[in-house]
Design a protein around this ligand. Structure first.
Ligand code: HSE
Length: 279
C-alpha cells in the first residue's frame, strides 16, 4: 500500500491566466494498492469508476509507459473542496498519475509527470504547483518554480457554492485587445517580482487582470462583499482563486475575518508538491 498527498492549488493569481499557480497547505491524501478489482472510496464520483478522473489518469499514465493497468483499490481522504477553484481536479489527475508511477516503479521525472498531467487537464497552472509546490510560472512546456517571500500571508474565502471551470471558461471572450494583453503581460511580470521580493508597493498589480476576472466576478455572488471586507481589514490584494468560487487574499499581516456562509482559512505555501508518505 502506498500513501501520498497532493496539495491544493490556486491558479491564475489574478493577472496570470492559465500561467501562474501556487500550491497551498491543504491536502488530498490517497491510499492505493493493487486489488482483484477496481474499488474506490471517498471519491466524489466513486460510483462511476469508468469516468473517474483519478482512475482515468492512472490508466493513461500506465499506457503512456506501455503498461497494461492492473485493477487498484484507492481510498481518498479529501480536504480540497470540489469545484471551488482550489485544484481538486488537478489533485485527482496528479494523484492518478502518481499511483501508476509508484505502484509500477516507473522512471517518471517531475517534468514527465507535468507533461502528462497538463495533457489531461488542458492547462498547466494547477497541475504544475500540485507536482512541484511553490509558485509555478508556465509557458508551453517550460515551467519555472519560484519561492515566495515568507513575509506574505495568504488567506482563502470559500463560498458554500461551486463554480465549474468548464462554465467559467465559457464566459470569457474569444478575442482580446492588444492593450488588454499588454496590461496582463506587464502586470504578471511585476506581480511575480512582488511575490518573490515582498514588494508591498507593487503587489496590488496582481488585481489588474483584464482577461478573466471581470467576466467571472458575476459568477461569485459574494465577491464584492468579501473583497471589501478583506481590503478594509488590511489585505494588499484580493483575487479569484483559479476559476472560483474561492477567493484569495494576500497581505502583509495575517488576516482574521468572519463572513456569514463563507469559510475563511489562513493558508501557507506548500513547497513540496505531491509527496509520498508511505510506500
Ligand atoms: N486557469 C484555469 C482557469 C484554472 O482559470 O480556467 C482553473 O482552475
Amino acid at each position: 500500500m502506498i500513501r501520498y498527498q497532493v496539495p491544493a492549488t490556486s491558479a491564475n493569481l489574478g493577472i496570470g491566466f492559465d500561467t501562474l499557480g501556487i500550491a497551498l497547505n491543504i491536502y488530498d491524501t490517497f491510499e492505493v494498492d493493487f486489488s482483484p478489482e477496481y474499488s474506490l472510496s471517498g471519491f466524489m464520483d466513486d460510483m462511476n469508476p469508468v469516468h473517474n478522473l483519478f482512475l482515468a489518469s492512472y490508466k493513461k499514465a500506465c499506457r503512456t509507459y506501455e503498461i497494461e493497468p492492473k485493477p487498484i483499490k484507492a481510498i481518498l481522504h479529501d480536504d480540497i473542496p470540489c469545484s471551488r477553484g482550489l485544484g481538486s481536479s488537478s489533485a485527482m489527475i496528479v494523484g492518478g498519475i502518481y499511483a501508476a508511477k509508484m505502484l509500477y516503479d516507473i522512471d517518471m521525472s517531475d517534468r514527465d509527470m507535468l507533461k502528462l498531467a497538463t495533457e489531461i487537464e488542458g492547462h498547466p497552472d494547477n497541475v504544475a504547483p500540485a507536482i512541484l509546490g511553490g509558485l509555478c510560472i508556465n509557458h508551453n512546456d517550460i515551467t519555472l518554480r519560484k519561492n515566495i517571500s515568507d513575509k506574505w500571508h495568504f488567506a482563502i474565502f470559500i463560498p458554500d457554492y461551486e463554480v465549474k471551470t468548464s462554465e467559467a471558461r465559457k464566459v470569457l471572450k474569444n478575442e482580446y485587445e492588444t492593450s488588454e494583453c499588454v496590461n496582463n503581460i506587464s502586470a504578471a511580470l511585476i506581480a511575480v517580482d512582488a511575490l518573490e521580493n515582498f514588494n508591498t508597493d507593487n503587489i496590488k498589480v496582481i488585481m489588474n487582470d483584464r482577461i478573466h476576472e471581470p467576466y467571472r466576478k458575476p459568477l461569485i455572488k459574494d465577491y464584492e462583499l468579501c473583497k471589501k471586507i478583506a481590503m478594509d481589514k488590511g489585505a494588499d490584494a484580493f483575487i479569484i482563486s483559479g476559476s472560483g468560487s474561492t477567493m484569495l487574499a494576500i497581505s502583509k499581516e495575517k488576516l482574521d475575518i468572519r463572513i456569514k456562509d463563507i469559510e475563511f482559512r489562513n493558508v501557507e505555501i506548500d513547497y513540496e508538491g505531491v509527496k509520498c508518505l508511505k510506500s
